[in-house]
Write a protein that binds this ligand. Structure first.
Ligand SMILES: Cc1cc2nc3c(=O)[nH]c(=O)nc-3n(C[C@H](O)[C@H](O)[C@H](O)COP(=O)(O)O)c2cc1C
Length: 199
């Protein structure tokens, strides 16, 4: 069985919904899935000042936090982060920045990596966020798997993104099209990981 870790940060729930969809799609594709969030680093007063953030933080206390063991265990990892000024969040980056020991031992080599994001606006930096994450994966010697144009939905003028599934929060909550895009990406990730000998 391919081992898939879905590791995400979400402030107000969009990426959380995408990550949950990836986890479900991964299981349906026959993978063993670990669904994880990364630790919140923002000060409590910042969280409290934003109702949506505070609600999301409060309602996701049950989600397990990612550890290095999850990365060591996984054949494939799907990373989810909202866009922050065109970049991934510091919360997700902080987790990435403690992976030195695994990198040093070569334990991230040949693992499949794939990323997805949510922005407020359609040109708010979806690709730059995903590409910034990819920089790290090159250092790891990991294998980056993008959805590309492997499905007709990828040609959809609103949702198609060959870099990775991308939601536009300003247009509303995560809906069917975003979930379908995540499904396409997840099935491809699991398929490639299986072909590489995972599971
Ligand atoms: C500090 C900060 C920076 C942001 N930067 C961008 C940005 O560069 N482009 C954009 O479209 N949205 C930006 N956003 C909006 C979020 O990326 C967007 O609301 C996203 O859908 C949130 O995902 P979440 O619900 O999973 O937290 C920013 C939000 C914050 C708080």
């Amino acid at each position: 069985m391919v081992k898939l870790a879905v590791i995400h940060y979400s402030q107000t729930g969009n990426v959380y919904e995408m990550a949950k969809t990836a986890a479900r799609e991964g299981e349906e594709a026959g993978a063993e899935v670990r669904f994880r969030k990364v630790a919140e680093l923002a000060p409590p007063e910042a969280i409290a000042s934003n109702e949506a953030w505070s609600n999301h933080h409060g309602s996701t206390g049950h989600v397990q936090e990612a550890t290095l063991d999850d990365l060591d265990w996984a054949d494939a990892v799907m990373w989810g982060s909202p866009t922050r000024y065109g970049l991934p969040t510091s919360q997700l980056k902080q987790f990435i920045d403690i992976t030195g020991p695994l990198w040093q031992e070569g334990k991230l080599v040949d693992k499949v990596m794939s990323s997805f994001t949510s922005t407020q606006t359609s040109h708010g930096g979806q690709e730059s966020t995903i590409l910034a994450l990819n920089n790290t994966f090159y250092h790891w010697g990991a294998i980056i798997v993008s959805p590309g144009y492997t499905d007709p939905l990828q040609f959809d003028l609103e949702i198609g993104n060959p870099y990775g599934a991308s939601h536009i929060g300003g247009k509303g909550p995560v809906g069917e099209k975003t979930r379908t895009a995540i499904g396409i990406q997840t099935r491809r990730v699991v398929d490639v990981a299986r072909r590489l000998g995972g599971g």
